[in-house]
Design a protein around this ligand. Structure first.
Ligand code: HEC
Length: 139
């Protein structure tokens, strides 16, 4: 009988040790998760155009063909929307200045890249003007 008791004590002790170990593991995982949360809530970096879009950039800049061929990869060659929204609609809602800000900075958390990474402020202003004029002309 005393043997059985000893086994029971050992079992209880074993379960306790296992429980404590699990507690430590869980605690360790929880603190790792907290660290991850901090990283996730940090502001996302500005999106850079994906390589396949960068490959479309011509050596000589012209706003109309740039819009059609490069922006058109996402917004459709007619700019009426594809995986990105209809830019002619956007032109009816947004001022040239607002378009400039969006094109330069992109949209965090979406696939809209920050074009200030690859274009000069002058080129971005040309694009905004082109979209705005194009949008106005078909209104
Ligand atoms: C890789 C895909 C991609 C490319 C390339 C791209 N865009 Fe976008 N664009 C998007 C997406 C997706 C959105 C929608 C973002 C959102 O949900 O707010 C967007 C949004 C916009 C908006 C805001 C539209 C609105 O209705 O608010 C403008 C303006 C715009 N893009 C202009 C451009 C211009 C100009 C270029 C080329 C220099 C360009 N985009 C290239 C994906 C792209």
């Amino acid at each position: 009988m005393s043997d059985n008791k000893e086994i029971t004590v050992k079992k209880v002790f074993g379960v306790l040790v296992l429980g404590l170990t699990l507690l430590f593991v869980v605690a360790a995982c929880t603190s790792t998760a907290e660290v991850r949360t901090v990283i996730v809530t940090a502001p996302p970096p500005a999106a850079v155009p994906p390589q396949k879009v960068l490959d479309l950039i011509p050596s000589v800049f012209a706003a109309d063909t740039f819009l059609q061929n490069v922006c058109g990869a996402c917004h459709g060659p007619d700019l009426k929307g594809k995986i990105g929204p209809n830019l002619l609609d956007a032109a009816t809602r947004l001022t040239e200045e607002e378009l400039t800000v969006i094109i330069a900075g992109g949209r965090h958390g979406t696939s809209m890249p920050a074009w200030s990474n690859v274009l000069t402020p002058g080129q971005i202003a040309d694009l905004a003007q082109e979209i705005h004029d194009f949008g106005s002309s078909i209104r």
